[in-house]
Design a protein around this ligand. Structure first.
Ligand code: AP5
Length: 219
């Protein structure tokens, strides 16, 4: 468990490495990693009502409506395991979501947020997303160098196989970048204006980035 409350938001464009870094940071701080993308993908895989509502938006690379995602985040953040903090990955990504998150933090009497903005150039983002592989079983994030679609998960403790996310097609990637620029990039100014934002370069070796992210989170 962390020595103090760490209420962290990982911000950044699709493919910036939010998931890669959020997993590492949450393990190191001993707080939950909360990815709205993972929660939605699980709902789609289980064919729940939420999954059926979200699937079309996700496959097209569009954002799922605010009211659905805000309800998910509210319920998750109110759970006991978030008492010492959390690492949010993929939420908020619109101004209404950021406002809702601010309300939740106030209602729960939590410490202020720290927003870590991972910066990566667009050509690198497209390269990363086109070559991403994900494990169907453990959700591990890999690249085409680790294995092809259908190959076993590189994690020796996992029996899963690698797949390509349905939103990692060229059309969906282009739409996700458009959605990011129009709806999520304004959050940089939103949080910077509130003195809550720190920029970290998302380029370089994942271990080096993890070190920089941890240093910012524990400063
Ligand atoms: P979500 O799952 O959140 O996707 P995203 O934001 O598009 O982000 P990604 O998961 O694609 O990328 P990432 O930044 O986590 O990068 P990663 O670590 O995987 O959302 C998916 C969809 O769900 C949305 O489009 C929307 O429809 C819906 N949704 C989710 N949240 C929502 C919300 N709040 N509101 C509305 N709708 C919502 O890394 C990418 C690749 O790069 C990997 O292959 C990785 O191995 C590699 N990589 C990582 N770091 C490095 C590095 N340093 N060097 C080289 N390669 C690297």
């Amino acid at each position: 468990m962390a020595d103090r409350e760490h209420n962290i938001v990982m911000l950044g464009p699709p493919g910036a490495g939010k998931g890669t870094q959020a997993v590492r940071l949450s393990r190191r701080l001993g707080v939950p990693h909360i990815s709205t993308g993972d929660i939605l993908r699980e709902a789609v895989a289980n064919d729940t009502e939420l999954g059926r509502q979200a699937k079309g938006y996700m496959d097209a690379g569009e954002l799922v409506p605010d009211e659905l995602v805000i309800a998910i985040a509210r319920a998750r953040l109110a759970r006991e395991d978030c008492a010492g903090g959390f690492v949010l990955d993929g939420f908020p990504r619109t101004v209404p979501q950021a406002e809702a998150l601010g309300e939740v933090v106030d209602e729960l009497g939590r410490e202020p947020l720290l927003v870590i903005n991972l910066r990566v150039p667009e050509e690198e983002i497209i390269r990363r997303l086109s070559t991403r592989r994900t494990c169907e079983e453990c959700g591990g994030i890999y690249t085409a160098e680790d294995g092809d679609i259908g190959d076993p998960c590189p994690d020796p403790d996992c029996d899963g196989r690698l797949y390509q996310r349905s939103d990692d097609t060229p059309e969906a990637i282009a739409e996700r970048l458009r959605a990011y620029a129009a709806q999520t990039a304004p959050l940089i100014e939103y949080y910077d204006g509130r003195g809550l934002l720190v920029n970290v370069s998302g380029e370089g070796a994942p271990d080096d980035i993890a070190q920089a992210v941890y240093a910012v989170a524990t400063d």
